[in-house]
Design a protein around this ligand. Structure first.
Ligand code: GTP
Ligand code: MG
Length: 629
């Protein structure tokens, strides 16, 4: 089973010393151990606004992330606390508490922007925390969101269709929650009661006018609406009016806080526990603790080289790492299962090949479950090669076990014969008949021994060959035989030898056929599972593109409703491009698959280096799979 977290207290994940970000190795070691999928909640906002306190509530603790009781900012860098998810079994809840933004004592404001961008990149639910109300000032303070277009890239190179890189942000951005603390207003609009979400939506409506101040607060509004797939708002009363208690809040039992605050905090927590999504990188790639580790390291390294974190590059890095692990796991699974299921020697080659086929199918499945974005199936091909070598080794082991067993059986069965030969029992008149009887009884007894394995005939054949000259000298010396009978004996001996040789040859041919058939099965299995995987991946791509389209249509519709016709029309081209991409993906799916599978099939054949007659099976295999659907 996937392993979960075991953390008593939070730990710093990204350190921020002298304006230099670095990843704390002790924290990455913890993440590395977590193989469960993660739900990542990050909180970001101005310094001294109760962020750490709220995160502790999510961890179900009063203490944990240290709170500051003075006006100086407390949290530095990004802190992490991994706890078992309270309602999603086998998931880990990762809480990321970040350094407060906007602290005047800090030197470089660029640093704040990176913390903000990192939080967006790492989490699946992004909580923006602020004090008071959502007003112009609060929105201006959220200018970090407008800088994201400069700090995060989707693609490593500019998009071919010329659209802005940020148009794809919504496909991998987290859900957005605005938490408003010490909220003192009444939730009413024109005297009608409104929900918290309506309050946020209203605050995010664009304000008409050219006034620079209005423009400055409109930009974050637009960015929030465009970038984040989902929005939500929670307002909180002041936890208590007693300032002494407030300063010491981590030591106050929950039931001594304002009941309204208690309720609001519980609402917030239960929303997170039930609604916050598992972190998905893109196209359905599920993030585990271990994968999150790779993301943090990759992003922080990129920032430190002076470059901008790029989603596409992160996916590639992650895929390279994960796919080699997938190959390893699959190969191990194959070896383990073969060792467990095969008893050497197997009765026939086919018996071993059948077990091989089962184990290989499972191994490919293990690989498919873990791997993603295996460009040109480089990793799958490696797995084919590894399994081919391992299979070869098992075949050899099987032959050796068979030879050893058959040899020891024959040695036992022929012991008396050999003794009689050496003491001259057959060197008497009528000795040839006796010898024949003894030899035939050995052959009969040998044929009755079960599970001799693939080398049974060959070992017997060798034994009989070694007896040929002995047999000849016995009949030649046997005085009881007439010349005619000797001639018949000679003829019989050579006929028998030829028959036995034929039998060994027939078996070899049959086994060759079985080997070829096994390779075809292997090819078929690889292609079938690859096709399944490609279908799933394409389905995820289309799902993601449709989600983007739906979101953009909604943003466009809202703009129109709010009277921003020009802005709404500006989205036309972007939406047209996206629709075109979706159509292309759908229309070309079948031909992409055929091309990819054909190429992959030919490559596997060359790995097997089989006889020419197998070559055209790729085409047949691919087309038969397509016909089935
Ligand atoms: N007014 C008010 N104070 C709070 C609230 N929650 C916590 N506090 C107090 O505010 C102070 C700062 O709380 P923290 O949770 O450390 O705030 P923070 O945003 O993490 O601060 P930094 O890490 O410095 O950015 C502490 O003294 C808390 O007791 C709240 O909802 N309202
Ligand atoms: Mg804090």
């Amino acid at each position: 089973m996937a392993s979960g977290p075991n953390m008593m207290a939070p730990i710093c994940l990204v350190e921020n010393n002298n304006m230099q970000l670095s990843v704390n190795q002790r924290a990455t070691q913890i993440l590395e151990q977590i193989s469960q999928p993660v739900v990542v909640v990050a909180i970001v906002g101005l310094y001294r606004t109760g962020k750490s306190y709220l995160m502790n509530r999510l961890a179900g603790q009063n203490r944990g992330f240290p709170l500051g009781s003075t006006v100086q900012s407390k949290t530095k860098g990004i802190w992490m606390w991994c706890v078992p998810h309270p309602s999603k079994p086998n998931h880990t809840l990762v809480l990321l508490d970040t350094e407060g933004l906007g602290d005047v004592e800090k030197g470089d404001p660029k640093n704040d922007s990176w913390i903000f961008a990192l939080a967006v990149l790492l989490c699946s639910t992004f909580v923006y925390n602020s004090l008071g109300t959502i007003n112009h000032q609060a929105l201006e303070q959220l200018h970090y969101v407008t800088e994201l277009t400069e700090l995060i890239r989707t693609k490593s190179s500019p998009k071919e269709d010329g659209t802005e890189d940020s148009t794809e942000f919504v496909s991998f951005f987290p859900d957005f929650i605005w938490t408003v603390r010490d909220f003192t207003l009444e939730l009413k609009l024109n005297d009608d009661p409104i929900t918290e979400d309506e309050y946020l939506e209203n605050a995010l409506k664009l304000i008409p006018g050219k006034n620079p101040r209005i423009q400055a607060s409109n930009l974050p509004r637009e960015c929030i609406r465009h970038f984040f797939p989902k929005r939500k708002c929670f307002v909180f009363d002041r936890p208590t009016n007693d300032t002494k208690l407030l300063a010491n809040i981590e030591n106050i039992p929950e039931n001594q806080l304002d009941p309204k605050f208690q309720k609001q905090a519980n609402n917030f927590c239960s929303y997170i526990f039930t609604q916050a999504r598992t972190k998905i990188l893109r196209e359905g790639v599920m993030i585990t603790g271990n994968r999150l580790r790779t993301l943090v390291v990759t992003y922080v390294d990129t920032i430190n080289t002076g470059a901008v974190p790029c989603l596409e590059n992160a996916v590639t890095t992650l895929a390279q790492l994960e796919n080699s692990v997938a190959v390893q796991k699959a190969a191990d699974h194959y070896s383990e299962q073969m060792a467990q299921r095969v008893r050497f020697p197997t009765d026939t080659l086919q018996e071993l090949l059948d077990v091989h086929a089962d184990c290989e199918r499972e191994a490919i499945r293990v690989f498919m479950e873990r791997s993603f974005k295996d460009e040109n199936q480089e990793f799958q091909k490696t797995l084919v090669e590894i399994i081919k070598d391992k299979k070869q080794h098992f075949l050899q082991q099987n032959e050796e076990a068979s030879v050893k067993y058959c040899q020891s059986m024959l040695d036992q069965l022929s012991k008396a014969l050999m003794e009689n030969i050496s003491i001259g029992t057959f060197s008497v008149p009528g000795g040839y008949k006796l010898y024949r009887q003894a030899k035939e009884s050995i052959e009969w007894n040998y044929s009755q021994v079960p599970r001799k394995g693939v080398k049974a005939n060959e070992v017997l054949q060798n034994f009989l060959q070694s007896q040929a000259s002995i047999e000849k000298s016995i009949w030649q010396a046997d005085k009881a035989l007439t010349d005619g009978e000797k001639a018949i004996a000679a003829e019989r001996a050579s006929k028998e030898a030829a028959e036995k040789e034929q039998e060994v040859l027939r078996q070899k041919l049959l086994e060759q056929e079985q080997q070829i058939e096994a390779q075809q099965r292997s090819l078929q299995e690889n292609i079938a599972q690859l096709k399944e995987k490609m279908e799933r991946e394409t389905e995820n791509i289309i799902k993601e593109q449709n989600m983007m389209l739906e979101h953009k249509l909604k943003v466009q519709e809202d703009l129109l409703k709010e009277g921003f016709r020009k802005k709404s029309e500006e989205m036309d081209e972007e939406i047209r491009q996206l629709k075109h991409t979706i159509d292309t993906t759908k229309n070309n799916e079948a031909s992409w698959f055929t091309q990819a599978l054909d190429r992959f099939g030919s490559e596997i054949i060359s790995i097997f280096a089989s006889p020419v007659r197998v070559l055209d099976t790729v085409v047949r295999t691919v087309s038969s799979i397509f016909k089935k659907n």
